[in-house]
Design a protein around this ligand. Structure first.
Ligand code: IVH
Length: 696
C-alpha cells in the first residue's frame, strides 16, 4: 500500500488512495458500530480519516457525498423500530492539536466579526460512549433512540428504561414535551466485571466500555440490558423543548434540575489560553471519571451565535472535538502462555517486555481467545501498541506491522490442557476452549482463588502461589476444605522455601470472619456460572438464607415467567440463565454435598437487610398492586412506583393504598379492594399521581 508520504502523488494515485482509505474506514466503521468488534486502533483510524479529509479537500473532483468523512458513522440494526431524528443527530469535527483549535477560533472570530457581542467557550469532557436521544411527552419518557446514521436511529426505549439514572417522569418545572440528547456509557468498574462474567461463560469479551455499552443497548431482550451497568450524561438540546435558553450552560443547569445526569466537570473560558489550560486540566482528570473520555468538546456558550455559524453535514460549526493522543506504549510480545481458569477455560496471555503505561509497569495482557489473536494477527515477537481497556485492563491495541522482521511466529492453541494434559473442547456457540477434566488442579486452584477473592470471602493471605501450593500438596481438594484446615498444617506449608508461619493465623481469622459474611458474598464465592457480584446481590435480596435457595420459589418463578415468553415481564432483575444455574447447582450431587458440609460447619449465610424503601416521592410508604392487562410492562410500572417511594405488593391487603387496574380486571378484585379501603385507579391516574408532588 502506498501511503502518502510527502512526495507528489499523481492524480490517479490520489484517486486510488482515496478509494483505499474509504474502504478502510468503511470496514472499520462496520466492525466498530455493527459488530462491536473493533479491528483497528483509534489512532490509525484518526490518521486515515485526517488523510482522507485532506486529500478530498485538496482534490475536490474526487470528493463525493457518500464519503465516510462526510457522513455520520454508525448504522442502524435489524430488530429495532426506526426513529427519525428531527433535526438530525450530528457528529463533531475533530481537531488533534492546539494549532487546529486556534484555526477554529480564527474561523469563529471571522464569522462573528460583525456582531458587537463577545463569545465564551465551554470545555466539556468528550465521553466515549454511544449517543442517544430521549423524548418525553406529558413529562413521561416515551422514546429513546440511538443516533444510527444521524437521520434514522434504532428505537431502544425498552432498553433505556432499564437505566436507573434516566428519569422516567420529569418534574412539573420541565417542558411537557422535551427531547434531550447525550451519551450512554458503561462505567469502567462495570465493564471489568462484565468482561469477567463473559469470560467465565466462555463468551467473547468486549474490547472496551464503549463497545460493551453499544452491545448492551442493542439487546433485543431488555432483561439483558437491565443487568448491564449503564449510565448517561446529557449534553445537548434535542429537537423540542430546549429553546429559550440564552446559553448552553444555562440549558445544562436546567437539565440537571429536571433530574438528568450531566457532565461532572466543565469549564467556561474567555480566551484560547484558558481553553488550552482547561483541556490540559481535563486530561489530568480523565481517570477520575466513571466514564472513559477520548478528548474534550469545545462549545460556544452563547446560543444566539449557533444559527449564524451554522453547520456542515458532519457537525455544527459552533463546536469542535479535541482528541487526546491515546495513552499507549510500544512493547514486544516475548511469548504467549496459556492459563487455565476456574471453569477450565484456556486463556492465551501475551508475556510482554515490561513497559510503563499510565502509571504502572505492565508485563502481561490477556489475548482472550484464539479468534481474537487471529483477528488482530498477533504473533510471538511482534512489536505492538499496548493500551488500557477501560483505563484499567492491559490490552494489545494493534500490531505494528512495519516492525516485523519475518522471524515472528504465529501462535496455535494447545490441543491438550497445559496443566493436566487432559482433553480440551470448544463448545458450540462459544469462543472459548475448555479443559474438561473435573479434577484438573489448575481449575481447582483458580476456584479456590476465586472463593478467597476480595468480592467473595476476602481471605487476603490466600494468593495464587499459596493456593497452588495447598492444591499441589493435596491439603485442599475443594474450596470448603479450607474450613477444615488446621492452623498447624498451614503454619508448616512451605512457599518458595519459606514457611507460611504467622500468615496461617491471618488465614484462620479471615476464615472465621467469612462464616458470618452475607449471602451475596457466599453466592458469588461459589463460582456458579452467570452469577457475578450484581446477580448475586439481586438473588440474595430476594432470599433469607443460603439453604433456602435450593427450593427457591422466586427462582422457579423467574424461569416459569420466561417460558411464558415475556407476556408478563420480569419484575426481578434476575436473568433466567442465572436462576437455572443456581437451581442446577443445588440440585447437583456436588451442590447437595456442599450444603451438607456447610451445615456441618454450622454455616448458613443470611441476606443483609433489604434497603429501606425511598423516603420521599408522591407515593411514600403506600402499598400498590398492579393487575389486569396493562399497556406497559409490569416491571416498568413497578420501577416507577418504587422510585416514587411506593411499595409494590402482589395482592391487595389492608395496607394497599392503590389498586392499579388495567383492562380486563375482574369485578371481584375491585370489590375486594374497595372493601379494604383501597382506591381503584387506572394507568393514566397512576401516571398523574407519579407526577404530582402533593395529592389532592
Ligand atoms: S455535543 C451536534 N458534547 O462525540 C453534536 N458531544 O465525535 C453535538 N460526545 O456525536 C454533540 N461527549 O456522540 C457533545 N460533551 C459532549 C460529548 C459529545 C461525547 C459525542 C457525541 C458526538 C461525538 C462526536
Amino acid at each position: 500500500m502506498k501511503v502518502f508520504s510527502g512526495e507528489k502523488m499523481t492524480k490517479s494515485e490520489i484517486e486510488k488512495r482515496i478509494a483505499e482509505l474509504r474502504g478502510l474506514i468503511e470496514k472499520a466503521n462496520r466492525d466498530y458500530y455493527d459488530l462491536h468488534q473493533p479491528t483497528v486502533g483509534d489512532r490509525d483510524y484518526d490518521l486515515w480519516e485526517a488523510e482522507l479529509l485532506r486529500l478530498e479537500k485538496e482534490n475536490p473532483e474526487f470528493a463525493t457525498d457518500d464519503s465516510p468523512v462526510r457522513n455520520v458513522a454508525g448504522g442502524v440494526s435489524e430488530g429495532f423500530a426506526k426513529v427519525t431524528h428531527e433535526p438530525p443527530m450530528q457528529s463533531l469535527d475533530k481537531t488533534h492539536s492546539k494549532e487546529e483549535l486556534s484555526d477554529f477560533d480564527s474561523y469563529v472570530r471571522a464569522q462573528l466579526h460583525s456582531t458587537p457581542d463577545t463569545y465564551t467557550y465551554l470545555v466539556e469532557p468528550k465521553i466515549d460512549g454511544v449517543s442517544l436521544s430521549l423524548r418525553y411527552e406529558n413529562g413521561i419518557l416515551v422514546r429513546a433512540a440511538t443516533r444510527g446514521n444521524g437521520r434514522v436511529g434504532d428505537d431502544i426505549t425498552a432498553n433505556a428504561r432499564t437505566i436507573k439514572t434516566i428519569p422516567q417522569v420529569l418534574p412539573d418545572t420541565a417542558p411537557r414535551t422535551l427531547e434531550v440528547r447525550g451519551e450512554a456509557y458503561m462505567t469502567r468498574e462495570g465493564f471489568v466485571e462484565l468482561n469477567k462474567r463473559q469470560a467465565a461463560a466462555g463468551l467473547e469479551e468486549f474490547a472496551n466500555p464503549r463497545n460493551a455499552c453499544a452491545g448492551s443497548l442493542k439487546q433485543l431482550d431488555a432483561k439483558v440490558t437491565a443487568e448491564r451497568p449503564l449510565d448517561v450524561v446529557i449534553y445537548n438540546a434535542g429537537g423540542v423543548g430546549c429553546d429559550g435558553f440564552a446559553s448552553h450552560s444555562e440549558m445544562i443547569a436546567a437539565f440537571r434540575e429536571w433530574g438528568f445526569p450531566v457532565a461532572p466537570w466543565s469549564k467556561s473560558c474567555k480566551t484560547m489560553d484558558e481553553v488550552f489550560s482547561a483541556i490540559d486540566e481535563l486530561q489530568e482528570r480523565r481517570h477520575s471519571f466513571q466514564f472513559e473520555i477520548d478528548g474534550a468538546v469545545i462549545k460556544i456558550d452563547e446560543r444566539k451565535f449557533y444559527d449564524i455559524l451554522g453547520a456542515t453535514a458532519h457537525g455544527p460549526r459552533w463546536a469542535r472535538a479535541y482528541k487526546y493522543a491515546p495513552e499507549r506504549a510500544e512493547t514486544i510480545v516475548e511469548s504467549i502462555t496459556v492459563q487455565v481458569g476456574r471453569t477450565g477455560i484456556l486463556t492465551p496471555v501475551a508475556e510482554l517486555k515490561p513497559t510503563e503505561l499510565a502509571g504502572s509497569v505492565i508485563s502481561r495482557a490477556t489475548l482472550h481467545n484464539a479468534d481474537q489473536i487471529a483477528r488482530q494477527d498477533i504473533r510471538i515477537g511482534d512489536h505492538v501498541w499496548l493500551v488500557k481497556a477501560g483505563d484499567v485492563i492491559p490490552a494489545i491495541d494493534s500490531v505494528i506491522p512495519e516492525k516485523r522482521t519475518g522471524s515472528e511466529q504465529a501462535f496455535t492453541m494447545p490441543t491438550a490442557c497445559p496443566v493436566c494434559g487432559g482433553a480440551v473442547v470448544r463448545a458450540e456457540g462459544e469462543v472459548a476452549v475448555r479443559c474438561v477434566n473435573p479434577v484438573c488442579p489448575a481449575q481447582l486452584s483458580r476456584r479456590i482463588e476465586h472463593f478467597a477473592s476480595r468480592n467473595a470471602l476476602d481471605i487476603r493471605a490466600l494468593g495464587e502461589t499459596v493456593v497452588d501450593e495447598l492444591v499441589g500438596q493435596k491439603l485442599v481438594t475443594d474450596p470448603l476444605d479450607l474450613f477444615s484446615l488446621r492452623a498447624v498444617d498451614l503454619y508448616a506449608v512451605e512457599i518458595s522455601g519459606h514457611r507460611f508461619g504467622k500468615n496461617a493465623l491471618t488465614v484462620m481469622d479471615a476464615l472465621e470472619a467469612a462464616k458470618a459474611l452475607p449471602l451475596h458474598r457466599w453466592l458469588f464465592a461459589m463460582g456458579i456460572p452467570n452469577v457475578g457480584v450484581t446477580v448475586a446481590k439481586d438473588i440474595a435480596a430476594e432470599h433469607g438464607k443460603l439453604s433456602e435457595l435450593a427450593n427457591s420459589r422466586v427462582l422457579l418463578d423467574v424461569i416459569a415467567n420466561d417460558e411464558k415468553k415475556g407476556k408478563e415481564r420480569q419484575i426481578l432483575p434476575i436473568k433466567v440463565e442465572a436462576a437455572k444455574a443456581v437451581l442446577g447447582f443445588f440440585a447437583s450431587d456436588y451442590g447437595q454435598r456442599f450444603l451438607a458440609r456447610l451445615a456441618m460447619f454450622g454455616i448458613d449465610p443470611a441476606s443483609e437487610k433489604k434497603t429501606p424503601v425511598k423516603a420521599e416521592g408522591p407515593l411514600v410508604g403506600m402499598g400498590c398492586v398492579l393487575t389486569g392487562t396493562l399497556s406497559r410492562p409490569r416491571g416498568e410500572y413497578a420501577k416507577l412506583i418504587e422510585e416514587a417511594g411506593g411499595i409494590v405488593q402482589n395482592a391487595v391487603t389492608s395496607k394497599t393504598r392503590y389498586l392499579i387496574a388495567g383492562e380486563n380486571t375482574g369485578a371481584t378484585k375491585t370489590e375486594k379492594a374497595r372493601k379494604l379501603g383501597t382506591e381503584v385507579i387506572n394507568e393514566q391516574q397512576l401516571l398523574d399521581l407519579l407526577r404530582s408532588k402533593a395529592l389532592s
